[in-house]
Structures are given as structure tokens and as C-alpha cells.
Write a protein that binds this ligand. Structure first.
Ligand SMILES: Nc1ncnc2c1ncn2[C@@H]1O[C@H](COP(=O)(O)OP(=O)(O)OP(=O)(O)O)[C@@H](O)[C@H]1O
Ligand SMILES: [Mg+2]
Length: 400
């Protein structure tokens, strides 16, 4: 309804027609003929017409005589065409002057020509078509403008959408990384903390089994003591699980510092496997940056456990070696060694993950792990951490 009203108002507005002729008789005739239908503005020369146009560009149709003093009709309409191409341009010309305007018509500067003397019915028709053309052109232009604006908004929305998508992708990528890192960390902790404790427990139970198989009933007291020890070991594991779930970090490092933690680890190892451990070099806590202490502890833990479980060694050497531009940690046993090729040939599902975990830890510290071994030749694990000269100045680490 509102639209209809708007349209009614729009059509009720008279179209503006600029009539240009230096003969006042013609002008009067034109005005009298069409003033009811159109809002007519008149000019007596091309120059005056341009001035009027400059002031009121909303003119639908310019209708001009060809022969005038000064600027000709064609010159006037060509100028208007250059400035306002949508205004409909009509020329009134005598038959003899037609050849003068043909070029302008061909170049699109003139919409229509009317021969003199003009017929009022014919001219009315021409003016109707001309104003209709002007309106359609204007409506088209408004639609095109609206379309352009909509396109612009769409493009903006598109850019925002792409930006949001990129942000979302980055965010989910980060989340994924964070989750993977966290999972990796938990896997390492589970392997190192729980796996080893349970393995030790299993070993203790096997020792008891073997002893019990041949024991006299009188050794019951001893069994009670053994079971008591087992209970303590289990309690320790429970405590470890509690700590693990709390912060996934072996509390002993935080409580005592890296070197005391290593000492405790080595003592446990020697007790459990009866393998002598020789320590050489400065304190690990001084050489390795505090942020890596947990990793160092875990590396050592796995290397010692492998040595206890697999090597049959009688002796293991633990060496910390500060160099100019790096720090080196060596764990070397005199056991049976192994063929790396054979171990790698074991299907992944059945293969242990200790060595892989070590390599992962080394990577996390931007360091490297090398394993030197062969059957019958013992095993040497060499961990190298580059860029540690800051740690070799004798200043103690933050732990301990
Ligand atoms: N010090 C060592 N002496 C002899 N063999 C070793 C030694 N260290 C590792 N190995 C051999 O390498 C294999 C792979 O060790 P890795 O630590 O990756 O797995 P695992 O100890 O068998 O199992 P997990 O560590 O997952 O409990 C071992 O099964 C063993 O055969
Ligand atoms: Mg292992």
C-alpha cells in the first residue's frame, strides 16, 4: 500500500523539460502546447541552457533548436551528453540541416530529431517516450546502485566469514595441539611413573613366589615381612598415582631437587636389580636447565629400568659431561646389548615404547638421543642437549 502511494507521488511529479530556442515565438508555442503535462524551463541560447543545467541537473529531457546564435543545438546536446548522459536529448531541425546532425546521432549525442515545423501530436508522443526512457534509466540506475551496495555488503560479510573461519581453524588447530601435547605428556608420565613401579612390583612378587616354592613352613615370618614390603611398595604406587593425577609430575624433584631425586632413583635401582651404579661428572641440577629437570629424570629412569630389565649387566655408568656448547648425559651398561634392527623388526603393537619415549623427550628439549649397542657389547645411551653454556658456569639450578 505504502509503495503504491509512493509511486503515485512519484508519477504525480511533472518531468522537467528544458526547451532551448532563440526564437521567442517557437518557445511560446512549445510552452503553450505542453505546460500542462510538463514542468517547462526555457533558454534562449546554448550557453544559457548549460547554466540552467548546472543549477538543476534533474532535467529529464532537453529539446533544442539546431540553428541558434553562438552554440548550435548539436554542440549543446553533445556537451550535455558528456556531463549528463542520462538526460534525453532531442533536436529540432529544418530539413536542410539534417546532414549536420547525422554524425551526432550516430555517436549517440542525440536521442531523437524532430523536423520543422513540428506536429504537436507527434511531438507529444516523442516527449512521452523520452520521459519514459529517462524514468526507466533512472530506475535502472537506482536498482544498479542498490545492487552494488548489496554486493558490497555481501562481499564484506564474505570477508568477515572467511576471517571467522580462519580464526576458528587456528583455534581448533591450537586446541588440537594442546590436547595432543597433553595426551603425550600423560602417556609419558604413565609409562615412566606407573609402568616402572608395577614392573618392579611384579619382580618382587616373582622373587617371593620362587622363595615360597622351596621354603619351609617355618619361614612364615619372613613371608609376612615380604608381604609387608609389598604393601609398602603398593602404598607408594598409590601415592604416586595420587601425585600423578594431581600434577603429573614426580614430586620428589620439586621436593628434593634433581640430584637428590637421581640419587634416590639409583639407590632403588641398585637395591632392586643388584647392579652397581657409578656416577661421574658434576651435579645434573647445575648442568641442565630447571625446565628440563623432569625430562632428565625420566630419561634416566627409563635407561636404568631398561638396564635392569633387559641387560643382565653388573655395572652401569652414569656420566654428566658439560661441553662448551652442550651438555651430555651418558648411561652405559656392561650387559648383553641388543640388535637395534631386531628390536625395530618387532611389530609396533608388541614393541615396548621406552626408547621411543626417550627420543620424544629429547626432542621436547631440542636435544638428541643416540643409542650405541650391539649384541654382547653392552648399551650406551647418549643424550646431548645443545646451547647449555649458560648452565656450565657453575651456578646451581633452581631446584634443590
Ligand atoms: N640396556 C639394554 N640392554 C639390553 N637390551 C635393551 C636395553 N635397553 C633396551 N633394550 C632392548 O630394546 C627393547 C626396547 O626397549 P624399550 O624401552 O623401548 O621397550 P621395553 O623396555 O621392552 O618396554 P617399555 O619400555 O615400554 O616398558 C627392549 O625390549 C630390549 O630388548
Ligand atoms: Mg623400556
Amino acid at each position: 500500500m505504502e509503495n503504491d502511494n509512493q509511486q503515485a507521488v512519484f508519477f504525480a511529479e511533472k518531468d522537467k523539460i528544458l526547451f532551448v530556442d532563440d526564437d521567442p515565438v517557437n518557445t511560446e508555442h512549445f510552452v503553450l502546447s505542453f505546460e500542462e503535462e510538463y514542468d517547462i524551463i526555457t533558454a534562449t541560447s546554448g550557453e544559457e541552457a548549460l547554466e540552467i543545467f548546472h543549477r538543476q541537473p534533474e532535467i529529464s529531457v532537453v529539446i533544442s533548436d539546431q540553428r541558434m546564435d553562438g552554440m548550435t543545438g548539436v554542440e549543446l546536446l553533445s556537451t550535455i551528453y558528456a556531463r549528463h548522459p542520462d538526460t534525453v536529448r532531442i533536436i529540432i531541425t529544418g530539413y536542410v540541416d539534417v546532414s549536420d546532425i547525422i554524425d551526432a546521432i550516430n555517436r549517440g549525442h542525440i536521442y531523437q530529431y524532430v523536423l520543422k515545423p513540428w506536429d504537436i501530436v507527434q511531438l507529444r508522443l516523442i516527449l512521452e517516450q523520452a520521459t519514459q526512457t529517462w524514468r526507466l534509466t533512472r530506475e535502472n540506475q537506482q536498482l544498479a546502485d542498490a545492487l552494488r551496495e548489496k554486493n558490497r555488503l555481501l562481499e564484506e560479510a564474505n570477508i568477515q566469514l572467511t576471517n571467522s573461519e580462519t580464526r576458528l581453524r587456528n583455534l581448533s588447530g591450537n586446541l588440537l595441539h594442546a590436547r595432543e601435547d597433553e595426551q603425550k605428556r600423560i602417556a609419558l608420565e604413565l609409562h615412566d611413573e606407573l609402568g616402572q613401579s608395577l614392573a618392579a612390583l611384579k619382580l618382587q612378587i616373582r622373587v617371593i613366589e620362587q622363595e615360597q616354592a622351596s621354603a619351609a613352613p617355618s619361614s612364615r615370618e619372613e613371608l609376612v615381612i615380604r608381604l609387608q614390603e609389598l604393601r609398602n611398595a603398593i602404598a607408594e604406587i598409590i601415592e604416586n598415582v595420587r601425585r600423578l593425577s594431581k600434577n603429573l609430575s614426580p614430586v620428589i624433584i620439586d621436593d628434593l631437587g634433581l640430584d637428590s631425586a637421581i640419587e634416590y632413583l639409583v639407590d632403588q635401582f641398585t637395591d632392586l636389580y643388584n647392579i652397581q651404579c657409578l656416577r661421574k661428572g658434576p651435579a645434573a641440577g647445575v648442568i641442565f636447565p630447571p625446565r628440563f629437570h623432569l625430562h632428565i629424570y625420566r630419561l634416566l629412569q627409563e635407561a636404568l629400568n631398561n638396564c635392569g630389565k633387559h641387560s643382565g649387566a653388573t655395572m652401569v655408568e652414569l656420566v654428566i659431561q658439560p661441553e662448551d656448547d652442550c651438555a651430555i648425559l651418558i648411561i652405559k651398561d656392561n650387559g648383553r646389548g641388543f640388535s637395534k634392527k631386531e628390536v625395530l623388526a618387532i611389530p609396533v603393537k608388541e614393541r615396548g615404547i621406552g626408547l621411543t619415549v626417550m627420543t620424544e623427550r629429547a626432542k621436547m628439549m631440542s636435544g638428541t638421543i643416540a643409542v650405541h649397542t650391539a649384541p654382547g657389547q653392552g648399551t650406551e645411551i647418549i643424550f646431548t642437549l645443545p646451547n647449555t653454556h649458560a648452565g656450565t658456569d657453575g651456578k646451581p639450578g633452581q631446584h634443590g
